[in-house]
Ligand binder design. Structure first.
Ligand SMILES: *Cc1c(COP(=O)(O)O)cnc(C)c1O
Length: 338
Protein backbone atom coordinates (compact mmCIF):
# COMPACT_ATOMS: atom_id res chain seq x y z
CA UNK A 1 0.00 0.00 0.00
CA UNK A 2 1.35 3.45 -0.96
CA UNK A 3 1.77 6.07 1.72
CA UNK A 4 -0.74 8.89 1.89
CA UNK A 5 1.41 11.91 2.65
CA UNK A 6 -0.39 15.01 3.91
CA UNK A 7 2.68 16.82 5.25
CA UNK A 8 2.79 19.20 2.30
CA UNK A 9 1.90 19.57 -1.36
CA UNK A 10 5.65 19.49 -2.12
CA UNK A 11 5.63 15.68 -1.81
CA UNK A 12 3.91 15.03 -5.15
CA UNK A 13 5.77 12.78 -7.55
CA UNK A 14 5.75 13.42 -11.31
CA UNK A 15 3.02 11.50 -13.15
CA UNK A 16 3.98 9.21 -16.02
CA UNK A 17 2.67 11.76 -18.52
CA UNK A 18 4.86 14.41 -16.88
CA UNK A 19 7.88 12.09 -16.99
CA UNK A 20 7.20 11.46 -20.69
CA UNK A 21 7.14 15.21 -21.32
CA UNK A 22 10.47 15.54 -19.48
CA UNK A 23 11.99 12.71 -21.50
CA UNK A 24 11.01 14.38 -24.77
CA UNK A 25 12.12 17.91 -23.80
CA UNK A 26 14.26 19.91 -26.22
CA UNK A 27 17.19 21.25 -24.25
CA UNK A 28 20.13 23.66 -24.53
CA UNK A 29 22.42 25.50 -22.15
CA UNK A 30 20.19 27.84 -20.16
CA UNK A 31 23.09 29.89 -18.75
CA UNK A 32 23.68 30.90 -22.39
CA UNK A 33 19.91 31.43 -22.74
CA UNK A 34 19.82 28.55 -25.22
CA UNK A 35 17.33 26.19 -23.66
CA UNK A 36 14.14 26.35 -25.75
CA UNK A 37 11.99 24.65 -23.13
CA UNK A 38 13.13 26.95 -20.32
CA UNK A 39 12.56 29.92 -22.61
CA UNK A 40 9.08 28.67 -23.48
CA UNK A 41 8.16 28.21 -19.81
CA UNK A 42 9.45 31.67 -18.87
CA UNK A 43 7.64 33.33 -21.77
CA UNK A 44 4.45 31.45 -21.14
CA UNK A 45 4.16 32.40 -17.46
CA UNK A 46 5.24 35.99 -18.10
CA UNK A 47 2.57 36.29 -20.76
CA UNK A 48 -0.13 34.56 -18.74
CA UNK A 49 0.54 36.69 -15.66
CA UNK A 50 0.93 39.97 -17.55
CA UNK A 51 4.69 40.60 -17.27
CA UNK A 52 7.42 41.27 -19.78
CA UNK A 53 9.82 38.54 -18.67
CA UNK A 54 10.23 35.39 -16.60
CA UNK A 55 13.09 33.50 -14.98
CA UNK A 56 13.20 29.79 -14.14
CA UNK A 57 14.84 28.95 -10.81
CA UNK A 58 15.47 25.76 -8.88
CA UNK A 59 13.37 26.72 -5.85
CA UNK A 60 10.85 29.19 -4.52
CA UNK A 61 13.32 30.27 -1.86
CA UNK A 62 15.84 31.25 -4.52
CA UNK A 63 13.15 32.92 -6.60
CA UNK A 64 12.10 35.12 -3.67
CA UNK A 65 15.74 35.80 -2.75
CA UNK A 66 16.79 37.00 -6.20
CA UNK A 67 13.56 39.04 -6.44
CA UNK A 68 14.41 40.78 -3.16
CA UNK A 69 17.98 41.32 -4.33
CA UNK A 70 16.72 42.74 -7.63
CA UNK A 71 14.36 45.18 -5.91
CA UNK A 72 16.62 46.16 -3.02
CA UNK A 73 20.27 47.10 -2.67
CA UNK A 74 22.52 46.96 0.39
CA UNK A 75 20.97 49.04 3.17
CA UNK A 76 17.48 48.88 1.70
CA UNK A 77 14.54 47.38 3.53
CA UNK A 78 11.49 45.27 2.71
CA UNK A 79 8.28 45.16 4.74
CA UNK A 80 7.05 41.62 5.23
CA UNK A 81 4.75 39.51 7.40
CA UNK A 82 6.23 38.21 10.64
CA UNK A 83 5.24 34.66 9.66
CA UNK A 84 5.84 35.06 5.94
CA UNK A 85 7.96 32.54 4.07
CA UNK A 86 10.13 35.35 2.70
CA UNK A 87 10.97 36.42 6.23
CA UNK A 88 10.80 33.40 8.49
CA UNK A 89 11.36 30.32 6.36
CA UNK A 90 14.18 31.28 4.01
CA UNK A 91 17.10 31.20 6.40
CA UNK A 92 17.25 34.98 6.59
CA UNK A 93 18.60 34.94 3.03
CA UNK A 94 17.71 38.53 2.19
CA UNK A 95 19.77 39.77 5.15
CA UNK A 96 22.47 37.10 4.98
CA UNK A 97 23.14 37.27 1.25
CA UNK A 98 21.53 40.54 0.16
CA UNK A 99 22.36 42.93 3.03
CA UNK A 100 18.67 43.80 2.92
CA UNK A 101 16.95 44.58 6.21
CA UNK A 102 13.59 42.94 6.81
CA UNK A 103 10.92 44.99 8.58
CA UNK A 104 8.52 42.29 9.78
CA UNK A 105 5.03 43.24 10.95
CA UNK A 106 2.33 40.93 12.34
CA UNK A 107 -0.11 39.48 9.82
CA UNK A 108 -3.84 39.65 10.39
CA UNK A 109 -5.61 36.28 10.63
CA UNK A 110 -6.50 36.42 6.94
CA UNK A 111 -2.84 36.84 5.94
CA UNK A 112 -3.10 40.49 5.01
CA UNK A 113 -0.63 42.98 6.41
CA UNK A 114 -2.79 45.76 7.88
CA UNK A 115 -2.05 48.74 5.67
CA UNK A 116 -1.98 51.25 8.52
CA UNK A 117 0.77 49.16 10.13
CA UNK A 118 2.60 48.96 6.80
CA UNK A 119 2.37 52.71 6.45
CA UNK A 120 3.73 53.28 9.98
CA UNK A 121 6.68 51.00 9.21
CA UNK A 122 7.82 53.05 6.19
CA UNK A 123 10.92 55.00 7.21
CA UNK A 124 11.58 58.63 6.39
CA UNK A 125 14.54 59.48 4.20
CA UNK A 126 17.10 59.94 6.97
CA UNK A 127 20.51 58.30 7.44
CA UNK A 128 19.32 56.79 10.71
CA UNK A 129 17.10 54.43 8.78
CA UNK A 130 17.32 51.77 6.14
CA UNK A 131 15.63 52.82 2.91
CA UNK A 132 12.17 51.26 2.69
CA UNK A 133 11.85 49.97 -0.87
CA UNK A 134 9.50 47.01 -1.07
CA UNK A 135 6.39 45.41 0.34
CA UNK A 136 6.18 41.63 0.16
CA UNK A 137 2.90 39.67 0.33
CA UNK A 138 2.11 35.95 0.27
CA UNK A 139 -0.84 34.33 -1.54
CA UNK A 140 -2.24 31.91 -0.54
CA UNK A 141 -1.55 32.48 3.12
CA UNK A 142 -1.97 29.25 5.08
CA UNK A 143 -4.33 28.25 2.30
CA UNK A 144 -6.27 31.52 2.35
CA UNK A 145 -6.47 33.56 -0.85
CA UNK A 146 -5.81 37.25 -0.19
CA UNK A 147 -8.86 39.44 -0.96
CA UNK A 148 -8.57 41.17 -4.36
CA UNK A 149 -9.70 44.53 -2.96
CA UNK A 150 -6.90 44.28 -0.38
CA UNK A 151 -4.38 43.78 -3.19
CA UNK A 152 -5.67 46.89 -4.94
CA UNK A 153 -5.36 48.89 -1.69
CA UNK A 154 -1.81 47.56 -1.11
CA UNK A 155 -0.91 48.60 -4.66
CA UNK A 156 -2.28 52.09 -4.07
CA UNK A 157 -0.28 52.39 -0.84
CA UNK A 158 2.92 51.33 -2.63
CA UNK A 159 2.28 53.86 -5.37
CA UNK A 160 1.77 56.62 -2.80
CA UNK A 161 5.07 55.82 -1.11
CA UNK A 162 7.20 54.82 -4.09
CA UNK A 163 7.51 51.19 -2.95
CA UNK A 164 7.66 48.16 -5.18
CA UNK A 165 5.30 45.23 -4.47
CA UNK A 166 6.42 41.59 -4.64
CA UNK A 167 4.20 38.54 -4.36
CA UNK A 168 5.38 35.23 -2.98
CA UNK A 169 2.83 33.36 -5.05
CA UNK A 170 4.05 29.88 -4.18
CA UNK A 171 0.40 28.82 -4.34
CA UNK A 172 -0.85 31.55 -6.70
CA UNK A 173 -2.87 29.06 -8.75
CA UNK A 174 -4.66 27.72 -5.69
CA UNK A 175 -5.77 31.30 -5.01
CA UNK A 176 -6.85 31.87 -8.62
CA UNK A 177 -8.74 28.59 -8.91
CA UNK A 178 -10.45 29.07 -5.53
CA UNK A 179 -11.47 32.63 -6.45
CA UNK A 180 -12.55 31.54 -9.95
CA UNK A 181 -10.49 34.37 -11.42
CA UNK A 182 -7.65 34.38 -13.96
CA UNK A 183 -4.30 34.41 -12.12
CA UNK A 184 -3.63 37.74 -13.84
CA UNK A 185 -6.41 39.38 -11.80
CA UNK A 186 -4.19 38.72 -8.79
CA UNK A 187 -0.78 39.37 -10.33
CA UNK A 188 -1.68 42.67 -12.05
CA UNK A 189 -1.23 44.48 -8.74
CA UNK A 190 2.42 43.42 -8.36
CA UNK A 191 5.81 44.40 -9.75
CA UNK A 192 7.09 40.84 -9.45
CA UNK A 193 5.63 37.45 -8.67
CA UNK A 194 7.25 34.15 -7.74
CA UNK A 195 5.26 31.01 -8.59
CA UNK A 196 6.13 27.48 -7.41
CA UNK A 197 5.74 24.63 -9.87
CA UNK A 198 6.68 22.03 -7.26
CA UNK A 199 3.76 22.49 -4.86
CA UNK A 200 0.21 21.64 -5.89
CA UNK A 201 1.12 21.88 -9.57
CA UNK A 202 3.06 18.65 -9.13
CA UNK A 203 6.38 19.34 -10.90
CA UNK A 204 9.44 17.84 -9.20
CA UNK A 205 11.46 21.06 -9.12
CA UNK A 206 11.23 24.71 -9.96
CA UNK A 207 9.80 28.17 -9.59
CA UNK A 208 9.38 31.02 -12.02
CA UNK A 209 9.89 34.69 -11.18
CA UNK A 210 8.08 37.15 -13.44
CA UNK A 211 8.55 40.91 -13.66
CA UNK A 212 9.69 43.68 -15.97
CA UNK A 213 12.51 42.98 -18.42
CA UNK A 214 14.90 45.16 -16.41
CA UNK A 215 14.04 43.51 -13.09
CA UNK A 216 14.41 40.00 -14.50
CA UNK A 217 17.81 40.87 -15.98
CA UNK A 218 19.05 41.88 -12.53
CA UNK A 219 17.47 38.75 -11.04
CA UNK A 220 19.23 36.65 -13.69
CA UNK A 221 22.60 38.02 -12.55
CA UNK A 222 21.81 37.21 -8.92
CA UNK A 223 20.55 33.74 -9.87
CA UNK A 224 24.00 33.00 -11.32
CA UNK A 225 25.73 34.47 -8.26
CA UNK A 226 23.77 32.30 -5.84
CA UNK A 227 24.43 29.20 -7.92
CA UNK A 228 21.06 28.83 -9.60
CA UNK A 229 22.28 28.94 -13.20
CA UNK A 230 21.40 25.50 -14.53
CA UNK A 231 22.44 24.09 -17.87
CA UNK A 232 20.10 21.66 -19.70
CA UNK A 233 17.27 22.72 -17.40
CA UNK A 234 14.65 22.19 -20.10
CA UNK A 235 14.19 18.69 -18.77
CA UNK A 236 12.84 20.33 -15.57
CA UNK A 237 11.02 23.17 -17.32
CA UNK A 238 9.14 20.58 -19.39
CA UNK A 239 7.60 19.30 -16.18
CA UNK A 240 6.52 22.86 -15.37
CA UNK A 241 4.92 23.35 -18.79
CA UNK A 242 3.13 20.03 -18.43
CA UNK A 243 1.88 21.10 -15.00
CA UNK A 244 0.53 24.39 -16.37
CA UNK A 245 -1.30 22.52 -19.12
CA UNK A 246 -2.74 19.72 -16.98
CA UNK A 247 -2.60 20.48 -13.28
CA UNK A 248 -4.10 23.92 -12.79
CA UNK A 249 -7.85 23.37 -13.18
CA UNK A 250 -7.61 20.17 -11.17
CA UNK A 251 -6.55 22.14 -8.07
CA UNK A 252 -10.32 22.57 -7.61
CA UNK A 253 -10.44 18.80 -6.92
CA UNK A 254 -7.92 19.22 -4.09
CA UNK A 255 -9.97 22.07 -2.65
CA UNK A 256 -13.22 20.07 -2.82
CA UNK A 257 -11.51 17.04 -1.29
CA UNK A 258 -10.09 19.21 1.48
CA UNK A 259 -13.60 20.56 2.19
CA UNK A 260 -14.99 16.99 2.39
CA UNK A 261 -12.12 15.90 4.62
CA UNK A 262 -12.77 18.86 6.94
CA UNK A 263 -16.48 18.01 7.10
CA UNK A 264 -15.72 14.40 7.99
CA UNK A 265 -13.22 15.45 10.68
CA UNK A 266 -15.78 17.82 12.25
CA UNK A 267 -17.69 14.65 13.16
CA UNK A 268 -14.74 12.98 14.93
CA UNK A 269 -14.65 13.21 18.73
CA UNK A 270 -11.45 14.79 20.01
CA UNK A 271 -10.77 16.74 16.80
CA UNK A 272 -11.42 20.44 17.35
CA UNK A 273 -10.96 23.78 15.61
CA UNK A 274 -11.40 22.27 12.16
CA UNK A 275 -10.83 24.85 9.42
CA UNK A 276 -10.26 24.51 5.70
CA UNK A 277 -8.87 26.90 3.12
CA UNK A 278 -8.19 25.81 -0.47
CA UNK A 279 -6.09 22.61 -0.24
CA UNK A 280 -5.33 22.83 3.49
CA UNK A 281 -7.20 21.50 6.49
CA UNK A 282 -6.26 22.62 10.01
CA UNK A 283 -7.28 20.71 13.13
CA UNK A 284 -6.35 20.53 16.78
CA UNK A 285 -6.11 17.48 19.00
CA UNK A 286 -5.10 17.25 22.65
CA UNK A 287 -1.33 17.17 23.11
CA UNK A 288 -1.32 14.00 25.14
CA UNK A 289 -3.13 12.16 22.37
CA UNK A 290 -0.65 13.09 19.63
CA UNK A 291 1.56 10.00 20.06
CA UNK A 292 -1.44 7.67 19.64
CA UNK A 293 -2.51 9.58 16.54
CA UNK A 294 0.98 9.37 15.10
CA UNK A 295 1.22 5.62 15.73
CA UNK A 296 -2.29 4.91 14.44
CA UNK A 297 -1.71 6.88 11.25
CA UNK A 298 1.70 5.29 10.64
CA UNK A 299 0.12 1.85 10.91
CA UNK A 300 -2.31 2.87 8.14
CA UNK A 301 0.54 4.29 6.10
CA UNK A 302 -0.61 7.89 6.53
CA UNK A 303 2.03 10.58 7.05
CA UNK A 304 1.11 13.75 8.89
CA UNK A 305 3.47 16.37 10.24
CA UNK A 306 2.82 15.76 13.90
CA UNK A 307 5.16 17.71 16.15
CA UNK A 308 4.33 18.54 19.73
CA UNK A 309 1.88 21.34 18.95
CA UNK A 310 -1.83 20.52 19.14
CA UNK A 311 -2.38 22.11 15.69
CA UNK A 312 -2.02 19.90 12.65
CA UNK A 313 -2.00 20.98 9.00
CA UNK A 314 -3.23 18.42 6.47
CA UNK A 315 -2.40 19.29 2.87
CA UNK A 316 -4.26 17.80 -0.09
CA UNK A 317 -2.59 17.40 -3.49
CA UNK A 318 -2.27 15.48 -6.73
CA UNK A 319 -1.21 12.23 -5.04
CA UNK A 320 -4.20 11.98 -2.67
CA UNK A 321 -7.43 10.66 -4.18
CA UNK A 322 -10.82 10.01 -2.51
CA UNK A 323 -9.72 6.59 -1.28
CA UNK A 324 -6.63 8.16 0.26
CA UNK A 325 -8.66 10.87 1.98
CA UNK A 326 -11.01 8.18 3.28
CA UNK A 327 -8.05 6.32 4.77
CA UNK A 328 -7.16 9.48 6.67
CA UNK A 329 -10.73 9.83 7.99
CA UNK A 330 -10.75 6.13 8.99
CA UNK A 331 -7.47 6.68 10.82
CA UNK A 332 -8.90 9.59 12.80
CA UNK A 333 -12.07 7.61 13.60
CA UNK A 334 -10.11 4.59 14.82
CA UNK A 335 -7.96 6.87 16.97
CA UNK A 336 -11.07 8.55 18.43
CA UNK A 337 -12.59 5.15 19.22
CA UNK A 338 -9.35 3.75 20.68
C1 LIG B 1 7.15 26.39 -0.54
C2 LIG B 1 7.10 27.85 -0.42
C3 LIG B 1 8.11 28.65 -0.95
C4 LIG B 1 9.33 28.12 -1.65
O1 LIG B 1 9.83 26.95 -1.17
P1 LIG B 1 10.97 26.09 -1.85
O2 LIG B 1 10.90 24.85 -1.06
O3 LIG B 1 12.21 26.83 -1.72
O4 LIG B 1 10.60 25.88 -3.29
C5 LIG B 1 7.98 30.01 -0.82
N1 LIG B 1 6.91 30.54 -0.23
C6 LIG B 1 5.91 29.80 0.28
C7 LIG B 1 4.73 30.47 0.91
C8 LIG B 1 5.96 28.43 0.20
O5 LIG B 1 4.97 27.70 0.70
Amino acid sequence: MDWIDLRSDTVTRPTSAMRAAMLDAQVGDDVYGDDPTVNALQARLADELGFAAGLFLPSGTQSNLVALMAHCARGDEYIVGMDAHTYKYEGGGAAVLGSIQPQPIPQADDGTLPLDAVERAIKPDDPHFARTRLLCLEDTWHGRPLPLDYLAAARALCDRHGLALHLDGARLYNAAVAGKVPARDITRHFDSVSVCLSKGLGAPVGSVLVGSGALVEVARRWRKVVGGGMRQAGILAAAGLHALDHHVARLADDHARAARLADALRGVAGVTAVAQHTNMVFVEVARERLPALRAGMESRRVRLSIGDAPQLRLVLHLDVDDAGAQRVVDGFRAWAAG
